[in-house]
Design a protein around this ligand. Structure first.
Ligand SMILES: Cc1ncc(COP(=O)(O)O)c(C=O)c1O
Length: 412
């Protein structure tokens, strides 16, 4: 049985207060909280196991190396990747996307080539491609959204053409929570010989993923959104593609031999992992994966969908709410963006903060999305495995307070 109340008990921070009220944490799309199991793993590592990896012949170093490399295998199995060598550790989704743009992109994108993104991308899947396009005089093209906050697929053949070299889009929106239909994008891109990268920052922590079946060329995600520590992320790439890419950073660990004038490089995955990595982050992420495995991503997703049904039912009692959400239940997740008529999102966020409720307000690093809908931003409540029905009740009651407070001002 999936019981969010039991799960919540594993998260020390969720037992705390904010502004004197019990903390209601509704900002998991920005970063998840960490269970005591992950915190304990980090403590254990720093207290008893800390050593650098891949270079010591002493026990501690070998033990740390073993834990580090076992996590690579665990991640590969968890996401059904091609092989463990195809899992590259980075600092997060942002770094993973930059790695592809700087290494694969610089080698393969030439003047006049086209890069296809969507208008709903997080800045981290937009700016690295803008930088590359500028450097190479390449062209950016954009998939739009339909009335249901889904990728508009009707003009895919005109958007993705023989000139397209890579398509990089999000698998799940951090603004609307839309689970995008990406299969036809991947199929079309491969038909014209283009590569596909999915930004899995939101997808990897909420949806069961089968990377081989998805047939995606690159997949990027972050550990901190899936119960793991900050500063650790993953780039998955098909082995033969990663193999063909030049290193993007030089330094220790990524070399085979080094001379004064030139060097030869290590094979995968070391070639793309220069310097001392975030060893504790990787080992902490391993513990996060154990936690998620025990519960199952499919059960977590199901819980979030039920919570969303409940939230939508309750929030209908609050006057003047506009939501930005798919009308198709199957395309929704645990992210709800909304605005309150006549009230700025920052004001909503400030009042909720006083009530002990953490939501995100603003453009959510998606300024082009906001511009497209002619809004300055939204309020965003986002759920995870530890979000309870009681949290939603407190949230909705507080929105009623916000409405009451601001309608009083409006009358003055
Ligand atoms: C869809 C999406 N892409 C990319 C990112 C960037 O992730 P990070 O800051 O962990 O690199 C985020 C973070 O919120 C996101 O939601």
């Amino acid at each position: 049985m999936f019981d969010a109340n039991d799960i919540k008990a594993d998260f020390p921070i969720l037992q705390s207060t904010m502004n004197g009220k019990p903390l209601v944490y509704l900002d998991s799309a920005a970063s998840s909280q960490k269970p005591k199991q992950v915190i304990e793993t980090l403590k254990q590592y720093y207290e008893y196991e800390n050593a650098n990896i891949h270079r010591g012949i002493y026990y501690l170093s070998q033990k740390a190396t073993e834990k580090f490399e076992k996590t690579r295998i665990k991640i590969s199995n968890f996401y059904n990747a091609q092989c463990a060598k195809a899992i590259i550790f980075t600092r997060g989704t942002t770094e993973s996307i930059n790695l592809v743009a700087q290494s694969w992109g610089r080698k393969n994108i030439q003047e006049g080539d086209e890069i296809v993104l969507s208008i709903a991308e997080h800045h981290s899947n937009l700016v690295p491609w803008q930088m590359l396009a500028k450097e190479k005089s390449a062209k950016l093209k954009f998939i739009t959204l339909d009335d249901n906050f889904q990728y508009e697929l009707s003009n895919l053949n005109e958007l993705i053409t023989e000139r397209t070299k890579i398509v990089s889009v999000s698998q799940m929106s951090n603004v609307t929570g839309s689970i995008y239909e990406v299969d036809s994008i991947i199929k079309r891109a491969h038909e014209v010989g283009a590569k596909v990268m999915l930004d899995g920052a939101q997808g990897a922590c909420h949806l069961p993923i089968h990377l081989k079946k998805l047939d995606v060329d690159f997949y990027a995600f972050s550990g901190h959104k899936m119960l793991g520590p900050t500063g650790i992320g993953i780039l998955y790439g098909k082995e033969e593609i990663l193999e063909s890419m030049p290193p993007w950073m030089g330094g220790g660990d990524m070399i085979e031999t080094v001379g004064l004038e030139s060097s030869t490089y290590a094979s995968l995955p070391a070639k793309l992992e220069a310097g001392t990595p975030n060893i504790a982050g990787v080992i902490g992420l391993s513990s996060a994966l154990d936690y998620l495995t025990e519960l199952g991503l499919a059960n977590i997703h199901n819980h979030e969908m039920n919570l969303m049904d409940y939230t939508l039912e309750k929030i209908a009692e609050v006057p003047g709410i506009t939501t930005y959400l798919s009308s198709n239940r199957e395309q929704r997740s645990g992210v709800l963006s909304f605005n309150m008529e006549g009230i700025h999102p920052s004001d909503v966020g400030t009042v909720l903060d006083e009530e002990g409720i953490a939501i995100r307000v603003g453009h959510h690093c998606c300024q082009p999305f906001m511009k497209n809908y002619g809004i300055p931003g939204t309020c965003r409540a986002s759920f995870y495995l530890y979000t309870t029905y009681e949290d939603i009740d407190i949230f909705v009651e507080s929105l009623k307070k916000v409405h009451k407070l601001f309608s009083k001002f409006a009358k003055v």
